[in-house]
Design a protein around this ligand. Structure first.
Ligand code: NA7
Length: 868
């Protein structure tokens, strides 16, 4: 029926779902004066907590953090009884909030939304219910929950079972009586692990059908005392901030230490303490690399395996319960007496990986090995997560394209911020795929999304903007970002519902944003502050179709990985270096995590070498094979003020291996303690030392190159001039990575990239001021090689620059002058890169590429020298 043939209610917004997110969205929009209606399939409020009523169901986030924080009144009026609240208590809380805010009057229960279609002409959504009723709304907001589409695997004979059948996510309201019955539970995820101990206490016989053994730690649940509650209330303002800017939405985070840095005894001591304390993150928060490095992960995994062995008395059963996947790459599980339950007489465990379920029969389950007679069958088999609930509604955007089609059933999942997707204007997904959602305390993520969406709608109304839509570029960028972040961890190395791997035929791909809620909030706020960058909209008052696209970084060509690093650094809240003392700056500028793990080289040796008026350390990296090798004398960056041998440990090792040369990394003396020309003279002395003592470090004195990044690039260029002017040694090559070449701030790249791209103009001014004795020094070619009158007769050069770097243009100007002077130059601008990317190969593909390019250029230069 056409839209105009039937009177259709028109609303500002329709929200689907009356769980935590839908309720808060309703409240927010209603308070702001919009007409809103919530549609909910269930008979009452609660969402997840309405449906998941199985025995033992409780939250795995501590109750005091698992509530709304937007209202102090609500916070103070509700008191949780225990550390981990049970489902009935959480549902009571939701009811309490719904009553208090009088939300029910705008909720229509027992109403399933089956379709939603965007009308391009009216710029609104038509939303259809199961009974055919329709409403229209300008904004269509899904508050469907991430885990609301239950998964019942399509076992053969499923319908033939004569007994009772339940799914944990669709549990009946009346009590299920297990007493004396033969019960089978399929599934040992969070739900199964909570339900199994509770059912075992009642059932005559419980058989658990386990496909994947799980890691689980004790919840150590206990009643909350009034002192804890009082303290929490008192400090809630602070706790709220900590939660909002944390990794997972709880007011703590991982300790900044590798699991591999501690001895086994120390690790075990900490893991034991965490085990006794209980909780979702207790074990993993001991270290910051359990989710990243397989070896670090194994330390925690093997600790839990040992615990399982100790708890479960029958060694055969214990063996079947041994998990092998990377710990915490599925949602970590906390339990109450889960493993202990297997010591009960009435509980048995069936390994259905070894002997799969063949079919469900009239009387029970038949596996490849045996038949199990059952009265009750419980499916604890999880959910079609994240995309499942969205695909259950026939959502159609512009040109009648369905969301399912657009995302190719999930294979082409693309969202912007996990909130919106292009082609679906005015549609907002609360805790949608590619947002932190299930990787966080949902309450923190829900409040953040609802606040953001409400602010956005206010903005659109204030600015008379319609048809608000994510751009294709923005969602491409975001989806790439989500994949890249997840791939940095072990999360994508395990088959889990995070990956869509639990549903037969579902395309694999990581479904959430794994960068943490704090970073995510900063990004979302940043997007909003820039006028909703990455979205397009139409100005309604113009009455035209001219659309407004906020271009920003999506069109600016910055590399997504580099952008992510910038956001991370911003979220870390470090002060600009120029506000620190040089000593403080040296400590603060420790970016080793960005470099990645150092690779093996055949030999690393620390030495001290003489320089005029003192001595300095050098670190010598020797590759495998027979010497003598060519050599690269390398100068680290850091504005002549900060930086050290460790800063460039990773690229030096990579260069030694890839270029097959000895790398001598030079710890020249730093300013302001040692001002110009000390760094330059130390650097020159180092190259002379290498030439003089070449044989002692397996170096061929005929094939010595210099190189460096940033201030180190400056020093490499200066040493090349000095060697030319002051009698050698003869250099084979100069490798200049985004070098400083001129004491001046007037280039276009200084204007474009003065701020916001890691190295700022202010920091450069601070560096130069520390380095130079006076302005006059800045004119000296040994400080500003671009000012050298003559650049002829210099060694061939590689000049690498970064697009988003204040130093870009002076590096390129130097390359031009070298070329004009007849020097052979290989020049590459890495368009999307930021300053410093050369020593960030751990997080930047382009960092790796630049190191490989430099290694190849060196190899070529060394070979060329040899043939002359
Ligand atoms: P989960 O964590 O997805 O667990 C489902 C369980 O069911 C898990 O053990 C699965 O084994 C098992 N399963 C799924 N499909 C099958 C089939 N076809 N055959 C046998 N076993 C199967 O869901 P939960 O409800 O426990 O928890 C969901 C989230 O709720 C949880 O992460 C918390 O965030 C709260 P598998 O591991 O896939 O081999």
């Amino acid at each position: 029926m056409a839209l105009n043939q039937q009177k259709v209610q028109e609303l500002d917004a329709v929200v689907v779902g009356a769980g935590f997110s839908g309720l808060y969205m309703l409240h927010k929009l209603r308070e702001a004066g919009y007409s809103v209606r919530v549609y909910e399939a269930g008979e009452d409020v609660g969402g997840t907590w309405y449906w998941n009523r199985y025995p033992g169901a409780r939250c795995d986030v501590e109750s005091i953090y698992y509530n709304y924080t937007f209202s102090e009144e609500i916070l103070n009026e509700w008191t949780w009884s225990s550390r981990y609240a049970e489902q009935p208590e959480i549902l009571s809380y939701i009811n309490f909030v719904a009553d208090k805010l009088e939300l029910r009057r705008d909720i229509q229960f027992k109403t399933r939304i089956t379709a939603a279609r965007y009308n391009d002409q009216n710029r609104n959504w038509e939303i259809r219910m199961e009974d055919g009723t329709r409403v229209t709304a300008e904004y269509f907001i899904t508050a469907l929950g991430c885990l609301s589409s239950s998964n019942i695997p399509k076992f053969k004979g499923l319908d033939s079972f004569k007994g009772e059948m339940y799914h944990t996510g669709r549990w009946p309201h009346e009590k299920v009586d297990f007493s004396g019955k033969r019960v089978g539970v399929i599934g040992t995820g969070s739900s199964g692990i909570q339900a199994i101990p509770a059912i075992a206490q009642e059932a005559g016989q419980l058989t658990v059908f386990q496909r994947t053994p799980q890691y689980s730690c004790p919840a150590q649940n206990h009643p909350l005392d009034s002192e804890t509650i009082g303290q929490t209330r008192k400090n809630y303002g602070e706790l709220k901030q900590l939660m909002r800017y944390s990794m997972h939405g709880v007011p703590s985070g991982p300790r900044m230490r590798s699991a591999l840095e501690d001895s086994q005894e120390e690790r075990e001591r900490l893991y034991e303490k965490a085990w006794q304390e209980g909780g979702l993150f207790s074990l993993t928060y001991n270290y910051n690399d359990i989710g990243i490095l397989p070896e670090a992960n194994e330390t925690a995994a093997s600790f839990i395996r040992t615990k399982i062995k100790q708890i479960v008395k029958d060694p055969e059963v214990a063996q079947k319960l041994m998990p092998t996947y990377y710990y915490a790459t599925k949602r970590p599980i906390i339990d109450t007496d889960y493993f202990e339950t297997y010591n009960r007489e009435n509980v048995s465990l069936v390994d259905i990986k070894a002997a799969p379920i063949l079919e469900i029969t009239q009387n029970g389950i038949k596996t490849a090995e045996a038949e199990y007679e059952l009265d009750v069958l419980v499916f604890a088999t999880g959910f079609d997560a994240m995309t499942g609930p969205l695909f259950n509604i026939d959502i159609r955007g512009k040109n009648d394209i369905s969301l399912k089609e657009k995302w190719a059933d999930g294979a082409e999942l693309k969202t912007y911020l996990g909130i919106a997707t292009s082609g679906f204007p005015n549609m907002f997904m609360l805790t949608g795929p590619q947002s932190p959602s299930v990787l966080s305390n949902m309450m923190v993520s829900i409040e953040q999304h609802v606040d953001w969406v409400a602010d956005c709608i206010n903005y659109l109304r204030e600015h008379h903007l319609e048809a608000f839509e994510a751009t294709g570029e923005a969602e491409e960028f975001w989806s790439q970002q989500c994949r890249a972040i997840a791939d940095m961890s072990l999360l994508t190395k395990t088959d889990s519902w995070y990956m869509g791997a639990n549903i037969e035929g579902k395309p694999r791909g990581f479904l959430a944003f794994a960068g943490g809620v704090g970073l995510y909030r900063i990004i979302c706020d940043d997007v909003a502050a820039r006028g909703y960058e990455g979205f397009t909209s139409v100005l309604s008052t113009l009455g035209t179709d001219e659309s407004f696209v906020k271009e920003g970084f999506f069109r600016s060509n910055i590399d997504p990985q580099a952008w992510f690093i910038l956001k991370q650094l911003e979220s870390a809240g470090a002060p600009p270096l120029e506000l620190l003392t040089p000593d403080q700056a040296r400590l603060a500028a420790d970016f080793r995590l960005l470099a990645g793990a150092p690779e093996e080289v055949a030999k690393v040796e620390n030495r001290t070498i003489p320089v005029p008026g003192g001595e300095i350390p050098v670190r010598i990296y020797t590759p495998a094979g027979e010497g003598p090798f060519p050599a690269l004398v390398y100068y680290h960056g850091g504005g002549w003020v900060i930086g050290n041998l460790d800063t460039v440990e990773v690229p030096c090792r990579m260069l030694a291996n890839r270029a097959g040369c000895v790398v001598v990394s030079v710890d020249y003396r730093l300013a302001p303690e040692h001002k110009f020309p000390t760094a330059a003279e130390d650097s020159y002395a180092a190259v002379k030392w290498v030439a003089q003592y070449a044989a002692s470090i397996q170096v061929d004195p005929e094939r010595i190159a210099v190189g460096g990044d940033s201030a180190g690039g400056n020093l490499a260029a200066v040493v090349s001039l000095m060697a030319r002017d002051q009698g050698g040694p003869s250099l084979a090559y100069q490798m200049l990575i985004y070098p400083v070449t001129n004491h001046s701030y007037d280039t276009k790249s200084y204007q474009e990239n003065a701020d916001g791209y890691f190295l700022t103009k202010n920091t450069m001014v601070w560096f130069w001021n520390h380095y130079l004795r006076d302005e006059h020094d800045g004119k000296n070619p040994y400080a500003s090689p671009l000012l050298a009158e003559d650049l002829s007769g210099l060694p061939p050069a590689l000049v690498i620059t970064a697009g988003f770097d204040p130093l870009r243009d002076e590096g390129e100007a130097y390359a031009q002058r070298l070329k004009a002077a007849g020097v052979s130059v290989e020049e590459t601008r890495y368009d999307g890169m930021i300053h410093g990317f050369f020593w960030m190969p751990g997080v930047l593909v382009q960092g790796n590429a630049a190191i490989n390019q430099a290694a190849n250029a060196l190899k070529h230069a060394f070979n060329t020298v040899k043939t002359i």
